[in-house]
Design a protein around this ligand. Structure first.
Ligand SMILES: [Zn+2]
Length: 330
């Protein structure tokens, strides 16, 4: 009992009631689906009664369960497609060669057929597929709609470029990290530099970073994601096989950096780097947050992490945690 009472048709008055759960089996096609649904019971006569909102809730739960069991695209994923490609429901229907209102109906809860669900998943996952459909059905949408999608895909392609090792490391971090932003990415790459020196005896990053107002920054990578400002960087290219492109050692270091530092947001990571000698010394007294692009020498970073390794043992998670705690309370 957790309520003010509802009208019971049998008792003919407002009664206290309880919400209980029961198993419900539905048959769709040739498959049976079992779900738990909630329903109301009159506390006086024990008849079932209508509790506002419960039916909707039961349907939502069933819908989610049904889609997940059949691996069908969810409404949320369809919304992601609209956002990713900066396209509206109607033009998306046209681009994919579907009926004009198809996407609207899916968004209202209509269940897509298997083949359309697979198509939508494919489009969500791979912008190259979206590009193909866009060009094929270009004449079915307005020029304005076309340009919007074209720009969105160009931007995605730019962010998916991986001409350098550092770009690939960045994508690996975005793919495996937790809510990675441009700010946190810079710091994670910096720690990959320091920790790979300790763990592998070589710097997997190689490229030098600069001591900016907000901590160490790799200029090219910073520029690449600059347009996102402080937003989480979307993991746009889900087709990359990292095991093929990165060495075991590189993956080991990046995973370790994510384990050690990946739980912190960009600001927290920035604050850590502001207490570390490589950044402080390179800044040469320029106050925090003030622009400067002095290059942090690799040697300074190696020496610093060697020193910290002797003190804390940075080759295991505990050691790094102690190191972080010491910095945060310093
Ligand atoms: Zn009753």
């Amino acid at each position: 009992m957790d309520n003010d009472g509802l009208l019971c048709w049998k008792c003919r008055k407002v009664v206290p009631y309880s919400v209980c759960s029961r198993k419900r089996v539905r048959t769709i096609g040739d498959k049976k689906y079992e779900s738990i649904e909630r329903y109301g019971i009159c506390d006086i006569c024990h008849e079932e009664l209508m509790v506002p909102g419960l039916d909707d809730e039961n349907e939502r739960i069933f819908d989610a369960m049904f889609r997940s069991q059949n691996d069908l695209i969810t409404i949320n994923e369809i919304e992601q497609i609209l956002k990713k490609y900066n396209i509206d429901k109607r033009p998306l229907s046209h681009v994919l060669g579907l009926g004009e209102h198809t996407i609207s109906r899916y968004l209202e809860g209509a269940m897509p057929q298997r083949k359309y669900s697979d198509l939508l998943r494919c489009v969500l996952k791979d912008h190259k597929v979206m590009r193909e459909y866009l060009e094929k059905n270009r004449n079915c949408i307005t020029d304005i709609a076309y340009r919007k999608v074209d720009e969105a895909i160009n931007e995605i392609e730019r962010m998916c470029a991986r001409d350098s090792k550092l770009e690939l490391f960045s994508q690996y971090i975005i793919h495996n990290g937790y809510e990675v932003t441009n700010l946190s990415l810079q710091k994670l790459l910096y720690y990959a530099k320091g920790l790979s020196w300790i763990i592998l005896g070589r710097d997997i990053v190689e490229k030098k970073c600069e001591a900016w107002g907000y901590g160490p920054v790799f200029y090219d990578i910073y520029e690449k994601y600059k347009s996102l400002k402080s937003e989480v960087i979307p993991d746009y290219d889900l087709t990359i096989n990292y095991e093929e492109l990165l060495s075991k050692d590189e993956i080991r270091v990046l995973d370790y950096v994510l384990d050690c530092f990946g739980i912190y947001n960009g600001i927290t990571l920035m604050k850590l780097t502001h207490k570390e000698k490589p950044w402080v010394e390179t800044r040469g007294g320029v106050p925090e947050f003030v622009a400067s692009n002095s290059v942090i020498s690799n040697e300074l970073i190696y020496e610093y992490f060697e020193e910290m390794n002797e003190k804390y043992n940075l080759t295991n998670l505990n050691g790094v945690e102690n190191y972080i705690r010491a910095l945060r309370t310093a």
